[in-house]
Design a protein around this ligand. Structure first.
Ligand SMILES: Cc1cn([C@H]2C[C@H](O)[C@@H](COP(=O)(O)OP(=O)(O)OP(=O)(O)O)O2)c(=O)[nH]c1=O
Length: 195
């Protein structure tokens, strides 16, 4: 039995696209970064905490016949040493997009699979290049609402695609769930259960 510990509709769609059967339950955590915490450590910790929070609620459902696996994920954008999560408001989204304009940044997704045997976790990184975006375009984009629930204040799968001439790495990682990496992690968790 697999539970995706996420409220993100994108993650649900990507895991479905990969042909995996699962249910969904949001974890609802405090997502504040610890002082001095590096980006990779941050997304990995949150992915683990999300999966562990949902695991704890369902520990009684775990059995040898149907072992429980809980998958958590967290995505952040890193540009010029700044770690960008979801924007707090429209002004914050504008600030983030101004920072990304005309530069290449990294998108990091932490993944964690929790079973009764422990935690397997991974961090996937994709480099994303943005063209210069003019302030009027940024204002219009922020007003559209698309940036507001996305790390770094943009959606590569949405309107922002027009500003992204290239990426290096896994596309699905930018959308919030690197599919191939997730399937490999789930296989590792299943192998761990069998050992
Ligand atoms: C950069 C980028 C992020 N995103 C999304 C993916 C994630 O849903 C979101 C990052 O926020 P997260 O905090 O990783 O995830 P979430 O709050 O949406 O869901 P949950 O914690 O319950 O799993 O940004 C896109 O959809 N497209 C993009 O291009």
């Amino acid at each position: 039995m697999l539970i995706l510990a996420s409220a993100s509709p994108r993650r649900r769609e990507l895991l479905t696209q990969a042909g995996v059967s699962f249910t969904v339950e949001a974890a609802d955590l405090n997502e504040d970064r610890l002082p001095e915490e590096a980006a990779a450590a941050y997304v990995q910790r949150l992915a683990v905490e999300k999966a562990q929070a949902v695991w704890a609620r369902h520990a009684a459902d775990d059995s040898d016949a149907d072992p429980l696996i809980v998958l958590g994920a967290d995505t952040a954008v890193v540009s010029e040493g700044n770690i960008l999560g979801k924007p707090a408001n429209a002004a914050d989204a504008r600030r983030m997009l101004q920072l990304l304009s005309g530069r290449t940044h990294a998108v990091l997704t932490g993944l964690a699979a929790v079973t009764r045997k422990g935690v397997k976790s991974e961090v996937e990184i994709t480099q994303v290049t943005f063209n210069v975006i003019h302030d009027e375009e940024i204002d219009e984009y922020v007003a559209s609402g698309e940036p507001l629930d996305k790390a770094g204040a943009y959606a590569i799968q949405g309107y922002a695609a027009r500003w992204i001439p290239r990426i290096e790495g896994c596309y699905f990682n930018v959308v919030g769930l690197p599919i191939a990496c997730t399937i490999a992690l789930l296989a590792e968790a299943e192998a761990g259960l069998a050992s």
